[in-house]
Design a protein around this ligand. Structure first.
Ligand code: JFT
Length: 261
């Protein structure tokens, strides 16, 4: 089992990756040698005088397409140095499979991954067909390029590397690690602008607090992301909570009244 992770990011804008990893949790992890984030400028792998990385599309059409050769050559250079022989080479693209926590967990098991970011109207299809081992999208909306998706993936994966979060926080506690949304959290003051913290949380009754939190998890997930409940493995108590929320208690009067026929 590895304990370190390297992410190479192929991009036309390597500076975009400086600030996001230059502070807080990721800075500490880099300084401690747990993770290595390595932006690589695709333009460094051109051979012409003007370092051209794009060209007009075959068959016509608007805009420019990224050339395959600098990207293939940049990956060749990475392959020559890599310690892991079957590392994932991931292309960020709106045509990829949808990213989620399970994919983040799978990627975090590797000691080395490569992310390829494109721009313009897209990348020559030979990159997804013959170079990338995986194509991923972070969601159904349109961005200008693959850099922000690469940041999202790097963030989600790197925080799962042992030691990155420190010893206190465990990625096992994550919302989505258990497939449901989290319960609401509060801190001081107990009342702010007339809005009170739920009384149960100030009661000191830990059993009741645990029960309330579990109900909040079910309630929120049902209201905001009901499709997550279909996939989740619920206990008996959770199922009763769902039942109670979906069919709020009605007197027999009202039930008769609603019944048709
Ligand atoms: C957008 C993207 C993802 C992901 C890669 C490359 C160029 C711009 C573009 C926009 C519309 C149609 C190209 C990218 C994404 C996402 C990823 C590129 N563009 N064609 N947008 N939205 N969720 N991953 Cl290369």
């Amino acid at each position: 089992m590895h304990n370190k992770m390297r992410i190479d990011i192929l991009t036309l804008f390597p500076q975009l990756f400086e600030a996001p990893f230059g502070f807080g949790i990721f800075k500490r992890a880099i300084d401690n040698g747990l993770i290595n984030i390595n932006p690589i400028n695709i333009r460094d792998y051109t051979h012409d005088k003007h370092h051209i990385v794009d060209d007009s599309p075959y068959g016509g059409g608007a805009g420019m397409v990224m050339k395959p050769d600098p990207i293939f050559e940049a990956v060749d250079a990475i392959k020559e140095k890599s310690e892991e022989k079957d590392f994932p080479i991931i292309l960020l693209t709106p045509q990829g499979r949808l990213f989620n926590h399970k994919i983040a967990l799978e990627l975090s098991l590797h000691s080395h991954i490569v992310l390829i970011c494109g721009h313009y109207e897209g990348i020559d299809e030979r990159v997804p067909e013959h170079l990338a081992t995986d194509c991923i999208s972070i969601g159904d909306y349109v961005l200008t390029g693959g850099e922000v998706p690469a940041l999202v993936i790097a963030d989600a994966v790197l925080r799962l590397v042992p030691g990155v979060l420190g010893s206190e926080d465990s990625p096992l506690d994550d919302s989505h690690a258990h497939g449901l949304l989290e319960y609401p959290q509060y801190t001081r003051p107990p009342e702010y602008r007339g809005h009170k913290v739920p009384e149960i949380l100030l009661s000191g009754n830990h059993a009741q607090i645990a029960k309330w939190r579990r109900e909040q998890i079910i309630k929120r997930t049902l209201e905001r992301r009901p499709e997550l409940l279909d996939k989740a493995e619920l206990g008996k108590e959770d199922k009763l909570t769902v039942e109670r929320l979906v069919h709020p208690r009605e007197g027999s009067e009202r039930r008769k009244k609603n019944k048709k026929g």
